[in-house]
Design a protein around this ligand. Structure first.
Ligand SMILES: *[C@@H]1O[C@H](CO)[C@@H](O)[C@H](O)[C@H]1NC(C)=O
Ligand SMILES: *[C@@H]1O[C@H](CO)[C@@H](O)[C@H](O)[C@H]1NC(C)=O
Ligand SMILES: *[C@@H]1O[C@H](CO)[C@@H](O)[C@H](O)[C@H]1NC(C)=O
Length: 372
């Protein structure tokens, strides 16, 4: 028998150690790329900072539940995957379906019956293979009823069966399956209680992206509020509560991925001298309907000589200039949140949306805070 050279031996030991630690792959570091961000091409994404990048969004036809891809979209999809595979290191590419402005009812009708689920599933696989994506992300905001939640569970099961079968048939790696979800597993909106099918998620999805943001915003203009507080002494609408609730509901920790916002939410204060979190407000502030990408928040703060406050109890930032008020995350709050997520031993984090961070200030801090 040939003796192993010391260098080979070292590698063998290293790989055995890594396997025994169960950490052959590191944290999931995701970012959504909005396909409408015209001056931010996929090729400009710094892939050293991410493991997964999501194309946002594709929508199925609301009757057939299949994707009808026009030439322009086909170009964008192809450009997205080709650009990202050329990068060093390459990242996994996912296409994300639906999103905040897509009708929840369409998903509800799709998920209701076996045939409609099947049409949808087969079409997702076809699109993924045609445009060479590594996986598919379902962004259903949000299942509305307990029946929707049950059907969501059936959908995930049938989806996994289908991608397994397809991988076997084609000898290709199985497509990855993920879903963007509410920040916590139990949802009570419009007085209807429903709970995500955690068992089906554990069994059938590779991970979920818990949207740990939009806790306050233009839907309540009476007072300023945090967009994505880690803690709140007076409320459970927080990232810590959301993540802990998923864990309590028995999600496999490595499948839980924490959302982080690369944007702010804005209000117009009633009285510029009352400017804390929860201060009286009367309207949305600057930005697009009260939302502003992080890069513009920075510009706004500089141009208006804004007062910037790091709020320790909530682990969040806000800035004030006159009656303009913006709540957002910055380097320090993101670092603390990632340390928190890491201490929970969850799967990683993701950003909505990466075009908000053009100098990679926050993404870099995040990535450096969570090395393997
Ligand atoms: C489907 O979409 C079309 C075009 O947007 C719309 O006019 C129609 O009402 C939708 N149908 C259903 C059942 O949602
Ligand atoms: C993607 O599109 C951009 C802008 O249209 C172009 O400059 C670039 O070469 C394209 N990349 C690939 C890989 O097709
Ligand atoms: C937060 O949730 C816990 C447990 O679910 C509950 O006991 C507590 O009253 C809640 N706190 C607030 C402020 O709603």
């Amino acid at each position: 028998m040939e003796l192993l050279k010391p260098s080979t031996l070292f590698l063998v030991i290293l790989s055995l150690t890594m396997n025994s630690m169960g950490s052959t792959h590191g944290p999931n570091k995701g970012g959504y790329w909005p396909s409408w961000s015209i001056d931010f091409s996929p090729s400009s994404i710094d892939t050293t900072l991410f493991t997964h990048v999501y194309y946002a969004f594709l929508s199925p036809n609301n009757i057939t539940f299949k994707f009808e891809i026009n030439d322009h979209t086909a170009f964008l999809l192809k450009n997205f995957t080709t650009s990202l595979y050329k990068k060093t290191p390459p990242v996994k590419t996912m296409f994300s379906i639906g999103g905040g402005s897509f009708s929840s009812k369409t998903f509800s009708r799709m998920a209701l019956g076996h045939d409609s689920r099947k049409s949808f599933i087969l079409s997702t696989i076809e699109v993924a293979r045609k445009f060479e994506f590594d996986g598919v992300d379902l962004d259903w905001e949000f299942p509305q009823t307990p029946i929707d939640m049950a059907n969501f569970g059936h959908l995930l099961h049938e989806w996994r069966v289908a991608v397994k079968k397809e991988a076997k048939l084609t000898s290709k790696p199985q497509l990855l399956l993920s879903a963007a979800t509410y920040y916590k597993p139990e949802v009570t909106l419009d007085d209807i209680y429903r709970m995500y099918p955690v068992e089906s998620i554990n069994k059938n999805l590779d991970w979920i992206n818990a949207m740990c943001y939009d806790y306050h915003g233009s839907w309540d203009l009476s007072a300023t509020g945090t967009l994505a507080a880690l803690y709140d002494p007076n409320s459970n609408v927080t990232t810590s509560y959301g993540l802990q609730s998923w864990i309590k509901a028995k999600i496999h920790r490595e499948k839980l991925v924490m959302g982080l916002p690369l944007y702010g939410r804005t209000w117009q204060l009633k009285d510029p001298t009352l400017y804390g979190i929860g201060a009286p407000a009367i309207a949305v502030g600057p930005g697009n309907e009260g939302a502003m990408p992080y890069v513009e928040v920075q510009e706004f703060n500089a141009q208006n000589n804004a007062k910037v406050v790091f709020d320790e109890p909530t682990v969040s930032y806000y800035s004030v200039a006159g009656t303009s008020w913006i709540g957002y995350d910055d380097v320090r709050s993101v670092k603390l949140k990632i340390e928190y997520a890491r201490s929970l031993e969850i799967g990683g984090y993701f950003f909505w949306a990466i075009d908000g961070d053009q100098e990679w200030k926050i993404s870099r801090q995040a990535s450096e805070t969570w090395l393997d």
